[in-house]
Design a protein around this ligand. Structure first.
Ligand SMILES: Cc1cc2nc3c(=O)[nH]c(=O)nc-3n(C[C@H](O)[C@H](O)[C@H](O)COP(=O)(O)O)c2cc1C
Length: 168
């Protein structure tokens, strides 16, 4: 069987989809066969050798489509290498925010004791108060828009992943 990778993602405002596209591009440039799909649309992971699942954190929780993906595909995911990433830090981007996001992500993953990803990563996110509806707009209106996605760091991480997934 050819080494085929599923890159499943969830997003609310599109920034995580763009991160997933950048990861897919790097993997493809390294010669890997990547199929990118919305996590909520994936019916089966059987045809893949490995899975990358990426989604943002919102209000301390990983996007529900990512959580549902883990629940729905538990049986198969136990048998294959899985990489997960969360997008998050997009406000101050200081060490404290990164640490908090890493803790939030660890807590979310701890809800799935059976789940043993080969790689867990937190990547910067994008915040735009203009996107928000009530009541969030009211609470967060004074925060400036920010885009903490570091495309060079994303490409470097994906290139490392390519090596690991090729070896699997
Ligand atoms: C209302 C709101 C709540 C958020 N909550 C968190 C959070 O709890 N932890 C975190 O790390 N990031 C949080 N973020 C940042 C998002 O994860 C970040 O903006 C991400 O890039 C959004 O991804 P998307 O554009 O794919 O929906 C929050 C953003 C908003 C707008």
């Amino acid at each position: 069987m050819a080494n085929k990778i599923l890159l499943a993602y969830a997003t609310k405002y599109g920034s995580t989809k763009e991160v997933a596209e950048a990861v897919a591009k790097t993997l493809e440039n390294k010669g890997l066969d990547v199929d990118m799909q919305q996590a909520s649309q994936v019916r089966s992971v059987k045809e893949y050798n490995s899975v990358i699942l990426g989604a943002p954190l919102y209000m301390y929780r990983w996007h529900k489509h990512a959580v549902q993906f883990l629940k729905r595909h538990e049986k198969m995911l136990k048998t294959m290498p899985v990489v997960v990433f969360a997008t998050g830090p997009s406000f101050k981007g200081d060490e404290k925010e990164w640490l908090e996001t890493r803790e939030q992500f660890s807590k979310e993953l701890a809800n799935f004791p059976w789940f043993k990803p080969i790689e867990v990563e937190v990547l910067g996110g994008k915040f735009d108060p203009a996107n928000l509806g009530f009541p969030m707009k009211h609470f967060l209106k004074d925060l400036p828009a920010a885009d903490l996605r570091d495309w060079d760091a994303i490409a470097a991480w994906a290139a490392e992943l390519a090596g690991k997934l090729q070896a699997k």
